[in-house]
Design a binder for this molecule. Structure first.
Ligand SMILES: O=P(O)(O)OC[C@H]1O[C@@H](O)[C@H](O)[C@@H](O)[C@@H]1O
Length: 246
């Protein structure tokens, strides 16, 4: 193991963003809840079953926006028309709901700003200083703006996000393709790359891509679930992986 807490064979780090690098997973979760609860209450009336934290972890977290809408609604036996990507936010289609949620995310981010996890910034800098290659692999179409708002854009050499994935027709997490594309762009074989993820869908992507090491970042009190979905190690903060972590 190196002093980064990784096997010696690992030469590249592939970091998820929301919940791993930045404190934005909670912003997404809150926006999804507001969107789905409004939709469900209109549909089912006052005694509707609300969207909860388990729904977020299982059906939405880590996935591209439209996949999150489809997967959660399917878990409730609901199937909406796809609509089109520019559907207005009040249209009950997959893209309409996704656009409603995105408007809420953007408002919240503008109001609250974006904070990077200090332990993750410290870790990414240590990886850079140790000569490891570094990529961000996020399902979010807002990835570049969020990295810039957090002031950490320069730490990463490659970015595969929701926009790049759509351009390259890459299926999102839990499929491994976005992580594989990042490893490829860094010139690193998957077996020599480590995946850093907080979402169960991301863990599955790490396992499916046969990466050299998968680090589960436990931000939602789900250490066991992360292990079950493929984590080689689970930490509460990336700084724990550094030898001199306080
Ligand atoms: O809606 P965006 O910003 O494109 O993000 C898509 C998804 O990105 C993932 O990183 C988040 O875990 C999800 O909650 C989010 O829905």
């Amino acid at each position: 193991m190196t002093r980064l807490g990784l096997p010696d064979t690992v030469h590249a780090c592939l970091f998820d963003m929301d919940g791993v690098l930045t404190r934005t997973a909670t912003v997404h979760a809150a926006a999804w809840k507001e969107t789905f609860d409004a939709f469900l209450s209109r549909r089912d009336g006052a005694d509707f079953r609300p969207f909860d934290a388990t729904d977020y972890d299982r059906y939405v977290d880590g996935m591209p926006r439209a996949d999150g809408v489809r997967t959660f609604l399917a878990s409730r036996g609901i199937h909406l028309p796809e609509g089109s990507e520019d559907d207005p936010p009040d249209r009950d289609t997959v893209h309409g709901l996704g656009n409603r949620k995105n408007a809420l995310v953007l408002t919240k981010i503008q109001e609250l700003g974006v904070e990077a996890f200090p332990g993750s910034v410290r870790y990414a800098r240590a990886a850079r200083d140790a000569g490891l290659r570094r990529a961000v692999v996020s399902s979010s179409a807002n990835c570049q703006a969020v990295l810039a708002a957090a002031g950490i854009e320069d730490l990463f050499e490659v970015r595969i996000d929701g926009i790049v994935a759509a351009e390259r027709h890459l299926p999102g997490k839990p499929h491994p393709d976005t992580f594989l594309a990042a490893a490829h762009d860094l010139g690193t074989p998957p077996g020599a790359a480590a995946v850093f993820e907080d979402a169960l869908a991301g863990m599955e992507a790490g396992r499916a891509g046969a990466f050299g090491f998968v680090v589960g970042v436990n931000r939602a009190d789900q250490a066991e679930e992360l292990r079950r979905h493929g984590a080689d190690v689970v930490v509460d903060d990336l700084a724990e992986l550094l030898e001199e972590a306080p």
